[in-house]
Each structure stands twice: as structure tokens, then as C-alpha cells.
Design a protein around this ligand. Structure first.
Ligand code: R5P
Length: 299
């Protein structure tokens, strides 16, 4: 074991994820490094590292929710400087932006996640840890070790504890979420199925195909990775209600909740919407700090 490993982790709180960084540090019994941070009136970010990080293993915690490109650049700045100061730099990016563009869907598109991956490596990042990556194929774009921690069991435990929904059905709004919903249903010990969603890649419009399962009189929990505009969950909830579902709940890993997402989901009759704190929001009730700390402690 190297000297810096014996000393354990130092945690660097990125401006986007200070609370989460504190949570991870507390669970690991690690120190937080001191960073002087400010935002200039024109939007530029300023950082000054106040701690000695020479020969230490550091995990920067910085989620990349909106303003996405600013949060990414801040992460790159911090990683670059900590690497320059002699630290072994690892990054925890709880919400990994651009993960939905992990491949070319339409000719001429950029594999944005691949560019992000290259940038992280170029500033000396040795490893990336994220939570609930949109598609595990995205991990293959990194030439450094890349790992996605699953928050799905924690999300299922939340419903088990609060509602004890033994007769419920877990539903994924699209085929891409079938592994997620299966894992969720297994923890809860309930049945599950997957709706078929088609998104127009040019207009972004979402259409849900006909549902074959019977949800009459049942409680349903919609499980998704990201809620952005809220249209996917809105459509799915309306369809389930139309089909006779008793109550519809919804949960997601990353509550981006852009625009009027919360409102439209509420109007669609969703009983409770709950997400994790990879992104701070009014519904971020499920804490991923224990998952991240426990993963770091294995390294
Ligand atoms: C898509 O494949 C994702 O899993 C989510 O379903 C999607 O990103 C949700 O987006 P929105 O809330 O804008 O419908």
C-alpha cells in the first residue's frame, strides 16, 4: 500500500456538490480540503486551493447538473490544479452530464460524453465514479477506470419504508430502463414491466405505445434514471391512470426537473415524486453519500 493510501482520502468539495461532499467525508472519516471559490460578475469561476495536497489521494465531488458546462469547467479546473499540486486526483460526478449522448444517434452528431471523458483525462484525472449512469455503454468511453454506483436499491428501500407497497407494480417508462426497474422490483419484492416509449430524435416529442399489462386497482411506481422536462413521467402517469391504476408514484435517480417539470408531474396525478441528491432539488430525499463513501472505501 502506498503512503498516500495509508493516509486515506481527502475530499474536495466542488461548488455544485458541497453538501454531498460533506456527507461523503463524514462517512469516510476524511478531511475536506479548503477551497476559496468565487464567481465573477461575468460568470467566470475562480478557485484557490488553500490546503496542502502533495502526495494525497483526493476525490473531487462535483455533480454536473445545470449550468452544466460551467460545472464541467469547474471540475476540470479543480482537477488540473490538484494534479499540478501533486495529488492523485479521482472524481465523483454524481450526475454525469452528456451521458445520454454516449453514441451517435443521427449522422453528424458529436459523442459528447467521449469528449468530456477525454477532457477529464487530459487534466490528470485517474478515476471517475458516477451514480446511475444513463447507459453503461458510456463507461466504455473512458480510458481511465470508470464506475457507476447504483442508487436503485436505496430508491426501492425508500418506498418500502414509507409506503410498504407489497402489492404494487414497478414500471419503467422505456425499454432502456428495464434493468433498472427489474432491480428496483427485486428489492421491493413486487412485479414489474416496461412501457415502450418512442422519442422523436429531432423534435424531442415523446409517444408511449399501448400497454399490455393490467394495472386496474393497483399501485404503480414509475422508475426512471433522469427526469428532465417531466414529459416522460407525465405521459406514463396519465396512461397508467387511464388504465385504472389506483395510485401512481414516481422515482428517479437524477431530478434535473427543468422548466415546469414538477408541476406537470403533479398535474398528471402522481402521488409522490422522489429522487436522490445527485442533484439538489425539492424532491432529493434519498442520500447517495453512503453509497459513494462505501465505494471509495473499497479502493
Ligand atoms: C431517457 O431515456 C431517460 O431515461 C429519461 O426517461 C428521460 O431523460 C426523461 O426526460 P424527460 O423528463 O424530459 O421526459
Amino acid at each position: 500500500m502506498s503512503a498516500d493510501k495509508k493516509k486515506g482520502w481527502l475530499i474536495a468539495p466542488g461548488p455544485a456538490s458541497k453538501d454531498l461532499a460533506v456527507g461523503v467525508a463524514e462517512r469516510l472519516g476524511s478531511d475536506l480540503i479548503e477551497i476559496d471559490t468565487k464567481l465573477f460578475p461575468d460568470g467566470e469561476s475562480y478557485f484557490r486551493i488553500m490546503s496542502d495536497v502533495m502526495d494525497r489521494r483526493i476525490a473531487i465531488v462535483q455533480s454536473t447538473y445545470p449550468p452544466i458546462d460551467r460545472h464541467i469547467l469547474q471540475l476540470l479546473f479543480l482537477a488540473h490544479k490538484l494534479n499540478e499540486d501533486g495529488a492523485e486526483v479521482h472524481v465523483i460526478v454524481p450526475y454525469l452530464a452528456y451521458a445520454r449522448q454516449h453514441r451517435v444517434f443521427l449522422q453528424g452528431e458529436i459523442v459528447s460524453l467521449g469528449v468530456f471523458a477525454r477532457l477529464l483525462r487530459s487534466v490528470g484525472v485517474r478515476r471517475i465514479v458516477t451514480v446511475g449512469i444513463h447507459n453503461v455503454e458510456g463507461l466504455g468511453l473512458f480510458s481511465i477506470p470508470a464506475y457507476s454506483v447504483s442508487a436503485i436499491p436505496k430508491m426501492a428501500e425508500y418506498f418500502d419504508k414509507i409506503y410498504s407497497l407489497k402489492e404494487a407494480i414497478a414500471v419503467s417508462p422505456d425499454l432502456g430502463g428495464s434493468v433498472r426497474v427489474e432491480g428496483f422490483a427485486r428489492v421491493l419484492g413486487v412485479d414489474y414491466f416496461t412501457l415502450s416509449k418512442v422519442r422523436d430524435r429531432v423534435t424531442g416529442e415523446v409517444v408511449l405505445k399501448e400497454m399490455e399489462k393490467d394495472v386496474q386497482g393497483k399501485d404503480v411506481i414509475l422508475v426512471d434514471d433522469i427526469i428532465s422536462s417531466g414529459k416522460t413521467i407525465e405521459l406514463a402517469a396519465l396512461k397508467l391512470k387511464d388504465s385504472g391504476a389506483r395510485r401512481v408514484f414516481a422515482t428517479c435517480v437524477h431530478p434535473l426537473l427543468t422548466g415546469d417539470a414538477l408541476d406537470r408531474i403533479k398535474k398528471a396525478g402522481v402521488e409522490e415524486l422522489v429522487g436522490t441528491n445527485t442533484i439538489p432539488s425539492p424532491i432529493s430525499k434519498i442520500d447517495v453519500a453512503p453509497l459513494l463513501a462505501s465505494y471509495l472505501s473499497t479502493l
